[in-house]
Design a protein around this ligand. Structure first.
Ligand SMILES: Cc1ncc(COP(=O)(O)O)c(C=O)c1O
Length: 388
């Protein structure tokens, strides 16, 4: 204090300045103490003095939702497109008759249009925009078994584009209604016709796009951005969620985008991880992989398998192809709903049926960690799979 008085006397001009500096420090210190006290309160300290009202009010579910969107701390999303991806990984504890299972389900039905395809559509459209191939007012044409079409219809509506989708006749009514609800023009093509026919749904969308100069053909089957989307997004999520501890990855394929992208990433991280492709009886992937003559016939499961191999489908990352029937796929999907409360589509059921076949064939009932991709929701197939 003496020193302070001495300082003020020696330099009378600085008296006011020093006083205000002192005051400033005191206020700052008080504010800091209040901040610390509030922080302790909000973290549940002093429970004997206060009820931790705020913490109790935020349910576990709400906390999870907030976590999904950390960049807007208040849990508010700016767009439905921000909610694509970061889907849950669920350990299946009741599904398998072998007790506590080692199957982990990647639940893609948690995407906004209830399927994995939201990921590639957003990723690819952003790329088309960046490359200046997709411009305001354009129409996007695509052939789809319904899921890519639903994602395209929804994302086109948000970004202000028009969508024209060609689908095979076996497409579920729920998927067709969904695409139309988002404003898409849906063209239903005959199922089971020759793959080279201009009326085949995969050719029709391309042919229509050629007559429209203000359009793009989306082309999930040939565009490598489909694979890149899964390599850079889906695969990283899976790796992070499983902490890298994966023995098998099983994913049904159509374009091959998912299994090629995720398979490549996982193999690069750990070449010992086995990649398994579950293929419906009637699809050509099994014959292609094992070098047989390609034979295709119709089957009921949607989204999985194909009557040709697409350009982006990388079989070099695949270790094994295992077949499943419609009955096995629908049976497994129904059992998943009854045992785990997860409503999935037929291709998910096929992948789960194959996971069980794989487990049965393992020597000494080895408890390996198997990640199974569940690409879409059973809400898309209520009338086809789940109606009694
Ligand atoms: C239900 C369902 N499962 C699996 C797949 C296969 O995904 P991918 O095209 O990435 O091979 C699709 C693709 O359309 C699908 O709709």
């Amino acid at each position: 204090m003496k020193q302070l008085i001495k300082k003020f006397t020696a330099h009378p001009a600085s008296i006011g300045e020093t006083y205000f500096q002192h005051l400033n420090f005191t206020i700052k210190g008080a504010l800091y103490l209040i901040k610390v006290a509030l922080g302790l309160l909000s973290h549940g300290f002093f429970p004997f003095l206060f009820t931790n009202y705020a913490r109790d009010k935020v349910s576990v579910l709400e906390q999870k939702l907030l976590k999904r969107n950390p960049k807007n701390g208040a849990g508010i999303s700016n767009s439905i497109l921000d909610l694509i991806g970061e889907t849950p990984m669920l350990q299946l504890n009741n599904f398998s008759s072998r007790g506590k299972s080692n199957i982990f389900a990647k639940c893609e039905m948690f995407n906004p249009t209830l399927s994995i395809k939201d990921r590639i559509v957003l990723f690819m459209l952003k790329q088309y925009e960046k490359d200046k191939k997709l411009k305001p007012g354009y129409t996007i044409y695509e052939a789809s078994s319904g899921n890519t079409g639903s994602s395209l219809a929804m994302i086109a509506a948000v970004l202000g584009y028009k969508a024209v989708i060609t689908v095979p006749a076996k497409t579920s009514q729920e998927k067709i209604d969904t695409m139309r609800a988002f404003g898409a023009n849906v063209i239903i093509c005959q199922s089971g016709i020759n793959i080279d026919s201009p009326e085949h749904y995969t050719n029709k969308a391309y042919i229509l796009s050629k007559d429209d100069s203000n359009s793009i053909y989306f082309n999930q089957y040939d565009n490598h951005e489909n694979v890149n989307a899964h390599y850079s997004l889906t695969a990283c999520e899976i790796w992070r969620q499983m902490d890298g501890k994966i023995d098998y990855f099983i994913a049904p394929a159509s374009s091959g985008g998912t299994i090629s992208g995720v398979g490549k990433f996982l193999k690069q991280k750990n070449p010992n991880i086995k990649i398994v492709l579950p293929d419906p009886v009637g699809s050509v992937f099994y014959d292609y992989f094992y070098g047989n003559e390609l034979k295709s016939e119709s089957y009921q499961v949607e989204g999985a398998g194909k009557d040709k191999v697409c350009r982006i489908h990388d079989f070099s990352v695949i270790d094994q192809v295992i077949r499943f029937t419609d009955e096995e796929a629908f049976g497994a999907a129904k059992r998943l709903a009854l045992t785990e409360g997860v409503l999935s589509g037929g291709s998910s059921g096929g992948a789960l049926a194959v996971a069980e076949k794989l487990i049965e064939a393992l020597p000494n009932n080895e408890l390996l960690r198997i990640v199974v991709m569940l690409p879409d929701s059973g809400f898309k197939y209520l009338s086809k799979i789940y109606k009694k």
